[in-house]
Design a protein around this ligand. Sequence first.
Ligand SMILES: [Zn+2]
Length: 390
Amino acid sequence: MSDSPPLVAQLTAQMVRIESTNPGPAGEDLPGRREADISAFVLEWLRARGVSADRREFLSGRFNVSAVVPGAGPRRLLLDAHTDTVPTEGMAGDPFSGEIRDGRVIGRGACDDKGTLAAAMCALAGLVADGVQPPATIELLASGDEEGGFRGIRDWVVRGGRADGAIVGEASELQLIAAAKGAVRLKVRTHGNSVHTSVPELGVNAVTAMARVICGIEDELKPKLAACTHPLLGTPRLTVSMVHGGRRANIVPDFCEIDLDRRLLPAETRESALAEIDALLADLRSRHSDLSVERCEPYSYVIAPECPLDDPLLLAAAEALRAEGLPGEPRGVPYTTHASVLAEAGIPCITLGPGSIDQAHSPDEWVEISQLEAAVRLYRRLFETFGAPG
Ligand SMILES: [Zn+2]
């Protein structure tokens, strides 16, 4: 018989075969397996290997699993990996095959985030099997709803979850991610006066008013953002991502609405980003007396997490990476993860996981087995070094 795949690859494949599609931020009524089956599997797998674990329902039918290995000292290390996945639209073949081929595990969730979760589970089970007491208490959180509203990790924080450092297990190609951008999203509305398009001079056109606002954003606000930079993250970003306006082809529109997606640097806050938009709108109003524009309160906001470069977890991770022959230089990423929620709760966070973000959410999702095996070794090393008396 040929060599069978390593345990971490088999475990990743097993979990890919358990559908756990997130129904979306507002998709409570959509069908989907969510996190019930996968969390039951994770719980049972860990308990069968002598790891103390519990499951908590944070929303109806939706679960976090928490496994804890007590440490010798007072510190706590959290390793978070999520159990839910994005939907499977556009994927060729069976997205839940969990096929192992050409040194890869293939299928929805292989890279984001079941490979990482499998590596974390194997590392923790290995620690227990070898009878090693880690210097810090290790908590593995298999969280739900990462691809929706981050409600699993928020529940963990609200229920008093705490740690002296957190590894957010997400695909980073085993690079050390120390900073990420935050995001604030909001709507801006213009109001007009509807009349028949045969006499447009009697009305006020909300769509052409919005055109002024969009030009102001592109020509006046964005160049100012380009002047702010962060050593790991570059410049902030601002995108007009949606536009809706008008009622019929023969009516002057009285309403138009855009969605703005503003990516933040660690030094920026929701308030500072809103103040810039407000200043632009005030300036536009002063130049165009008929402009009726309102900026709405944001409907979503996450901070930009940044781990101090001398934080003990970051130093331990850099050391573990170098021991594995990998670069330990801290890097930044432009997307948001659970690190935003954990950093807001005051927990220093790094992001470190196997697989590439290029394969996450893609129609061709896979993770390299060699990355999974390296992740198991890295996590194990971190479990054994973080919190050790130095
Ligand atoms: Zn993910």
